[in-house]
Ligand binder design. Sequence first.
Ligand code: GLY
Length: 384
Amino acid sequence: MVPILEVTPEATSTADVIVVGGGVEGLSIAWRAARRGMSVAVVDPDPGSGATHAAAGMLAPVSEVTYTEEPQLRLGLASLALWPSFRDELEDDSGVALDYRSDGTLKIAYGADDMAVLDELAAFERTLGLRVERLTGRECRKLEPMLAPSIRGGMLAGDDAWVNPRRVARALLAALDRHGGTLIADRAAELTPRGVRLASGAVVTAPRVVVAAGSWSPLLLPGLPVRPVKGQILRLRGPVGFLTRCVRGLVHGTSAYLVPRGDGEITVGATVEEMGFDGRVTAGGVYELLRDARELVPGLTELELAETTVGFRPGTPDNLPLIGPVDATGPGGESLEADVLAATGHHRNGILLTPITAAAAAAFLTGEATPEIVKFCDPGRFSN
Ligand code: GLY
């Protein structure tokens, strides 16, 4: 595990880079920076416990964004292409298997209207050169025998993949340790001219600070247009092979997804609620998720309901993340000596966008050229 650095209120600690936020974005940026020989300190009281802990881990750019959002789609496709090498490097560096699978997503239409929506989406996917195969209900059930006999039909999106986000976080912590990174198990209270003040009162200084604190990023960067979008998500425990690939269903126009893991766990998600930081699991949320999932896979009501979780997607006004330098000031409006970078606002696509976010942030930190596509993610784009 990453060494936990004790910084007492009287002490000052230094690093080349401070990363605020120990979700997959912050940890992957820290890992990439540490691999380049920088000394890195990640500040988070409980790494991997935020949106990363709730996420299902679908790497499915087309079905996660609507087809009217072209920059989002291109960004997702660019990051999906980076995932296999990101996985290989991370598994090698950490010794942790990510449960990465690339058997595609089976998109299911419950009724005729749902099928029309899937047909339209598939036509768009083909214009992007993606493999999408239209299947009858019978063909869908041949692939996934637990599907309901009444489903109308579906599409197999063969390029989609998925991964276990909790394993990605565990792997990143191990890989960060291997490259000499440290963890400060405290909350970042505010930016200071030369770094970050912790909740304990201690100060950590560095010439570069990355704010990757998901929905909580505006606490350090007031005015950053990031808001929490609540999602309730369930984990069921079933026999291994109950489902063999990601199933994403449209049930009377409502989207539901089921993501199987290698150990038999099935993640069922997710509600999308504009409720601020409301951390309650509600009866209605669980009911709706199970109701729609049962329409697709009736037998899942027999499985153990192992976990209910609430996560907060960091949403932005245009559903694109914020990745790049920001003009930050200290709490009293004073200018900062440290360069500050934002890497947040990934909304529904944090796991998918991890490799490209890490690559872009590492390039910003070292002054290298950033991937062209990341220009859409300039945090200052709303201020004009
Ligand atoms: N990416 C799935 C969700 O946000 O629910």
